[in-house]
Design a protein around this ligand. Structure first.
Ligand code: FNR
Length: 186
């Protein structure tokens, strides 16, 4: 059966390396897998229960949630900030977590981190996993993608990953995530 995944990007900047990874995923996706980008989280206000009560949820959060509901799985592609989850991504997750029928509950999730450093954002992955425990998401354990020294693996002109080893790994990981999604979804 065909599957649809959506990508949630943790970086806001135009030239984001994680954005390049996310942009590359449709090119390496196995047959029958479509991958679409979710709206940017860059305009989501800081979570404030008063905003939620007086104005409701931000339109971008509602749109992201609806697309997550319609997707078979979510791929979170993010940098590591100060050994943890970027504040903007945490903020978006905090908003999502307050939605009725919280859309990440029971949803297959894949985490991908990339960094200019050698560790590839590994430390962020475990903090993000911890957050997703409370949201009851079904985070795939392995294989893990930690894109170290990512600046050496992309073409800055096209804004895509070009390193063959990385492309092969990403394709393999997406294949594993598709298998995982089929296994854990009813
Ligand atoms: C970073 N960076 C970083 N890198 C890393 O490997 N571990 C870390 O803890 C941090 N911490 C950190 C904090 C803040 C506030 C910034 C702005 C950056 C570097 C980071 O990996 C690098 O800037 C990436 O290029 C950011 O990802 P995007 O925006 O290119 O996707």
């Amino acid at each position: 059966t065909p599957l649809k995944f959506v990508t949630l990007l943790g970086s806001l900047r135009k030239a984001s390396y994680n954005g390049m990874v996310a942009r590359t995923l449709p090119n390496v996706a196995p047959e029958g897998i479509t991958i679409e980008a979710l709206p940017s989280i860059g305009s989501v206000p800081l979570y404030d229960a008063d905003i939620q009560q007086e104005e409701g949820f931000p339109a971008d959060i509602e749109a992201i949630a609806e697309q997550i509901r319609q997707a078979d799985g979510v791929i979170i592609v993010t940098p590591e900030y100060n050994y943890s989850v970027p504040g903007g991504l945490k903020n978006a997750i905090d908003w999502i977590s307050r939605l009725p029928n919280q859309p990440l509950a029971g949803k297959p999730v894949l985490i991908q981190t990339s960094s200019m450093g050698p560790v590839g954002g590994a430390r962020c992955q475990y903090h993000l996993r911890q957050i997703l425990v409370f949201l009851d998401a079904m985070v795939m354990n392995k294989p893990e993608f930690m894109g170290g020294v990512i600046q050496s693996k992309v073409d800055e002109q096209t804004g895509e990953v070009v390193d063959q080893g990385t492309l092969d790994f990403l394709r393999g990981q997406l294949t594993a995530f598709a298998d995982y999604t089929r296994r854990v979804s009813k």
